[in-house]
Design a protein around this ligand. Structure first.
Ligand SMILES: *Cc1c(COP(=O)(O)O)cnc(C)c1O
Length: 432
């Protein structure tokens, strides 16, 4: 595989961009080697600067749930472009977007558009604090909620991979207000809630966690948190930036039947453009400026091109429920194939899977929280990643990331991926 052009671009990038990338995980540090520079993508394939093609299992970390450059989204963006790119004034599409989101995610009665998942979670936490008049929050170890200061405590994926669990630059004052509990440990949450009664504004959780690899909530975990929040007057925030519009039309809250007070959204909601949103109970959302006292704003929020892309994406998902059947089928086929591979090779590695999200952990332990995820052999994962890349399959470049499947994957693609995975595992285990 020739990657000369990617290497040259990376050398140039390192001169002028910190680490050569605009988001840390892209640098491939967790898997070794140099990052691949992508030139274009269509459907299930990525194409790099050297003309190599890869079957795509990240899909821009989730947004491209219909595959790359889906015709309806592309057309919507083209049509919108001729009307100028930004006004900083209200537009029709923002109204249509808000109506559609509140219909697809019923716990969201009012919604505010922002420009990223990070903005959504930062704003939701400020709102929860403003609404309750309390300052502390609880987050879970290994959950990632964007790079806002108060979330960079036990923050999973990027932070784990880079070995900076608590980033310099986050003040001790901010860190003090963030309490952490292990994922799936309801007793720990109960203990924190009791020890800090009357001081906790919010509990924020990835209701299915995708930032320490894929980790599923144990039965009763989300229900238990819901109960504690209701009893203690704590705002429950589901961070569905990854899972929203993916694990069901209405996200995990629809799929597992637990209702949060606030929801943060991102990724799919922008159809590939930079978009995020936070929303929830009318009573709480009425605290957001200019309706209420909690300030939050954005020059480019509700940007017309971004709204056009997001609307086209959500409308497609809303009017094509069979999309979700296909996502389930693709995820199930991949998981089954990978399980078959492990069996044939006599390996006991752990597979976590739900719908179109998937992780193969290089550990024999059950993975249900950050500690158990960290028992994975990340060196072996790095070799596996490179072996898959050489076979034309583009995985997330870290053990601590979920894979995101798309409807552009055909049964044939899935078979190709399963065969590539078998060959890669065989290769790295023989060489190991
Ligand atoms: C990606 C992600 C974010 C951050 O979104 P950005 O758009 O990268 O700022 C927040 N929460 C979760 C669960 C995410 O997966």
């Amino acid at each position: 595989m020739n990657t000369t052009n990617s290497h040259q671009l990376f050398d140039r990038a390192k001169e002028f961009i910190p680490g050569g990338v605009n988001s840390p995980v892209r640098a491939f540090r967790a898997v070794g080697g140099n990052p691949i520079f992508i030139k274009s993508a269509k459907g299930a394939y990525l194409y790099d600067e050297d003309g190599n093609a890869y079957l795509e299992l990240i899909n821009s970390w989730g947004p491209m749930v219909l595959g790359h450059a889906h015709e309806e989204v592309e057309k919507a963006v083209r049509d919108a472009l001729s009307g100028s790119f930004s006004f900083g004034a209200p537009t029709r599409r923002e109204v249509e977007m808000a109506e559609l989101i509140t219909r697809m995610v019923p716990s969201v009665e009012k919604v505010r558009m922002v420009n990223s998942g990070t903005e959504a979670t930062m704003s939701a936490i400020r709102l929860a604090r403003g609404y309750t008049g309390r300052e502390k929050m609880i987050k879970f170890e290994g959950c990632y909620h964007g790079h806002g200061d108060s979330f960079l405590i036990a923050a999973g994926s990027g932070a784990v991979t880079m070995g900076v669990p608590d980033s310099p630059g986050v003040t001790t004052g901010v860190a003090r207000d963030t309490l952490t509990a292990p994922y799936n440990d309801l007793d720990a949450v109960r203990t924190l809630a009791e020890a800090n009664r009357g001081n906790i504004a919010a509990i924020i959780v990835e209701p299915v966690a995708g930032n320490m690899g894929l980790v599923l909530p144990k039965p009763g975990f989300l229900e238990g948190i819901r109960e504690i929040c209701t009893r203690e007057g704590i705002v429950l925030i589901f961070d569905e930036v990854m899972t929203g519009f993916r694990l069901a039309k209405g996200g995990v809250q629809e799929r597992l039947g637990v209702t949060p007070d606030l929801t943060t959204l991102g990724k799919i909601i922008g159809g590939g453009m930079p978009v995020g949103a936070y929303g929830g109970k009318r009573e709480i959302m009425e605290f957001v400026s200019p309706a209420g006292p909690v300030y939050q704003a954005g020059t480019l929020s509700g940007n017309p091109i971004a709204m056009a892309a997001g609307l086209a994406m959500l409308r497609h998902l809303d009017t094509h429920p069979e999309t979700y059947n296909r996502l389930e089928a693709v995820g199930n086929a991949l998981a089954e194939g990978f399980r078959g591979n492990l069996q044939k090779l006599g390996l006991n590695y752990t597979i976590n899977h739900i719908g179109s999200m998937f992780s193969l952990f290089f550990t024999e332990q059950e993975v249900y929280d950050f500690e158990s995820a960290k028992t994975s052999d990340t060196r072996l994962f790095g070799k596996y990643f490179q072996a898959m890349l050489r076979r034309g399959v583009y995985l997330a470049p870290s053990q601590y990331e979920s894979l995101f499947l798309s409807t552009a994957l055909t049964d044939e693609h899935i078979d190709t991926i399963i065969r590539a995975s078998y060959a890669s595992l065989e290769e790295i285990l023989v060489k190991a």
